[in-house]
Ligand binder design. Structure first.
Ligand code: ADP
Length: 489
């Protein structure tokens, strides 16, 4: 499990956008402060980025307010907004190489993953929402009495959005897509670990014709810039993706300020259930993918692998072999804080008596790398089975029957996603209906599509992103009731 350092690409983009985007202009932070953003593969500084704080958030919200109240954004025709969003998608598509390079450099993810999977998804997301922009309309309502009743679906106003570091640009697109399509203006705070790609994408959006003030992008830390956004009295709606503990604070700040509505996409501990009749080789492959994709740093990672006792030994053997096969040239690069946290979880797994099948340690000399790790004989009450690790650690648990696994799978504060592997349609339907999760993937995992809603039950979140459901997060419904003079018609 050596890290093939020679596979690190030498980024050949110049990082020349490190400022805040406020009102269509790139500016320094009001304080003049900057913070370093690091290459997690080496720990070296990539660039110093403007550090936004309360004052910058205030300026950005004022710009977004002006762009909302005085136009141009909500005052444009829906078709004009749609055309601009299609141009935004086109310009991202033309700049995939540069954007994917920045994403890889700042986050440490594989370049091919960024360039071939994530960037095309981002383009698709923006086109999906561009398509919605001119298809949002209300209803006429058959009320009792002599009234003509209709609903108007209006944008809410200034949307504050806070995103994490695991999929910086994809989260950016998930957030701004529905907000802009419905006519809102946006102030978005990126994660302090990964500010670079969103600033560059925002610059491209201005070139595509997005008017000044409609999208403002602030780099900076959570407790300063993020909290200022969450508490702001002139932010009309808040959307957050990140950890459950921060999500709770966000909700509190929103309610204590102006009671702005909040959508949350938080952590998970998703069960991945392999039944006795499953296609084992396919399940091994998908369970591996479900956990190790993006170094295990997905909120929906299949991090509790429940395997039926009759296929358990075979599965563990094959899962271990699969993890061992993964490594060369495919290192797991982790943010430094995250790195220590994951090693602690691995230690706790060993100490609590789970069987370490493979991995368990650091690898490589430079940067933050962890070996792909597989534990078997994991019990429900072990920390590694309960808490979100956000790293390349697969925990395999044994089960006997379907009712037992339903109970155990649902015995979590989280409820983001679940995987079910079976050849029986009855088992698939039973499990899909019984599992308390926002997404159930049957004989597949991590299938994301612009049209498929995503979000959590329980402490995994509130509201849905993507798909038709995401639009309502950014719309006010106004009922207009008009008395009829001549009720006969
Ligand atoms: P993660 O574990 O994914 O880093 P966080 O919830 O810490 O999850 O971070 C997600 C986003 O929330 C980041 O943009 C971060 O800066 C922001 N954030 C962290 N703490 C706060 C806070 N107290 N108030 C507002 N935003 C915060």
């Amino acid at each position: 499990t050596a890290v093939a350092t020679e596979t690190l690409i030498a980024p050949n983009v110049k990082v020349d956008h490190t400022q805040l985007l406020i009102d269509g202009k790139f500016v320094d932070a009001a304080s003049g402060k900057t913070f370093p953003t690091l290459d997690p593969r080496t720990g070296e500084v990539i660039a110093h980025v403007a550090e936004g704080d309360k004052e910058d958030i205030n300026r950005a919200v004022a710009a977004a307010r002006k762009a909302f109240d005085e136009g141009p954004w909500p005052k444009m025709t829906a078709y004009e907004r749609s055309c601009i969003m299609f141009r935004m998608a086109d310009i991202i598509e033309k700049n995939i190489t540069e954007l994917a390079t920045l994403e890889t450099w700042d986050n440490g993810k594989l370049y091919a993953q960024a360039a071939e999977i994530e960037l095309p998804m981002i383009v698709r997301i923006i086109r999906y929402y561009a398509g919605w922009a001119d298809k949002i309309h209300g209803l006429t309502v058959p009320a009792d009495g002599p009234y003509h009743v209709q609903t108007l679906h209006e944008p809410i106003g200034v949307a504050g959005q806070i995103i994490p570091w695991n999929f910086p640009l994809l989260m950016f697109a998930w957030k701004i897509g529905p907000a802009l399509a419905t006519g809102n203006t946006v102030v978005l705070k990126t994660a302090e670990q990964t500010p670079l790609s969103a600033i560059f994408a925002a610059k491209l959006f201005l070139e595509a014709g997005l008017p000044p003030g409609v999208l403002n992008v602030i780099s900076g830390y959570g407790p300063t810039a993020g909290a200022a956004l969450a508490r702001h009295m002139d932010v009309d709606k808040l959307a957050f993706t990140g950890s459950t503990s921060t999500g709770k604070m966000i909700l509190e700040m929103a309610s204590k300020s102006n009671l702005k509505p909040v959508t949350l996409e938080l952590g998970g501990k998703s069960p991945f259930i392999i039944c006795e009749d499953a296609d084992i080789d396919h399940a091994v492959e998908q369970a591996h993918f479900a956990l190790f994709f993006n170094q295990g740093q997905c909120c929906c990672a299949g991090s509790r692998t429940f395997v039926h006792e009759s296929v358990y030994d075979e599965f563990v053997e094959k899962a271990k072999a699969r993890a061992l096969k993964r490594v060369i040239g495919d290192p797991f690069k982790i943010d430094s804080e995250q790195y220590e946290k994951i090693l602690k979880y691995i230690k706790s797994g060993v100490e609590s008596g789970a069987t370490l099948e493979t991995g368990g340690g650091k690898c490589g000399i430079k940067g933050y790398y962890i070996q792909p790790t597989v534990f078997s004989n994991v019990q429900d009450d072990m920390l590694i089975a309960k808490e979100e690790i956000f790293g390349p650690v697969q925990s395999i648990l044994k089960f006997k029957d379907i009712n037992e696994v339903i109970k155990r799978a649902n015995n979590s504060h989280y409820g983001l996603a679940a995987g079910v592997f079976t050849r029986s349609i009855d088992t698939a339907n039973t499990l899909s209906r019984a599992l308390k999760a926002g997404t159930v993937w049957v004989n597949c995992f991590d299938v994301f599509d612009a049209a498929i809603p995503f979000g959590g039950y329980k402490m995994s979140g509130q509201g849905r992103e993507k798909g038709i459901y995401s639009l309502s997060n950014y719309l006010q419904v106004k009922a207009v009731v008009t008395a009829l003079k001549n009720p006969a018609w």
